[in-house]
Design a protein around this ligand. Structure first.
Ligand SMILES: [Zn+2]
Ligand SMILES: [Zn+2]
Ligand SMILES: [Zn+2]
Length: 135
């Protein structure tokens, strides 16, 4: 007695139809129909985008796209590299508008940490106005 094709009987996790598969092809949780549909979906939902900052092509995976849609977020317009760079830039600088002359100036994260440590308010005047005041 020889078992030519040993198959595993299971139930599809999606449509709950019983199906059997050859364990040599790996573990299957979906029947062949649902598996094919899932593959098609995956293919369709993986999009290629062009980065608005550097013009580089980047892809978003189905899971990623779903995360943005589920959280009502707009899909990123920049590639992961530019996004990381933007995030870093946001961490480094903090824009502040001068109360005196209305000019924008930048407070670095290091500076704001120093002010916090000294329990001081962040400066509300630009460095120019501050130095003028000292004189
Ligand atoms: Zn199925
Ligand atoms: Zn980019
Ligand atoms: Zn100023």
């Amino acid at each position: 007695m020889k078992n030519k094709s040993k198959t595993v009987k299971t139930t599809c996790t999606k449509c709950h139809k019983p199906f059997s598969y050859d364990p040599n092809t790996g573990e299957h949780l979906l029947c062949s129909e649902c598996e094919k549909a899932a593959e098609d979906m995956k293919f369709k939902e993986e999009h290629t985008y062009i980065c608005k900052s550097c013009g580089k092509k980047f892809t978003m995976e189905k899971g990623e796209v779903q995360f943005f849609l589920e959280n009502n977020l707009s899909l990123p317009k920049n590639c992961p590299d530019c996004r990381a760079a933007n995030k870093l830039a946001a961490q480094i600088k903090k824009r502040q508008t001068c109360k005196n002359c209305g000019k924008e100036f930048i407070i670095t994260v290091g500076e704001s940490q120093w002010y916090r440590q000294m329990e001081l308010e962040l400066p509300v005047r630009c460095p120019e106005c501050r130095s003028k005041r000292k004189k």
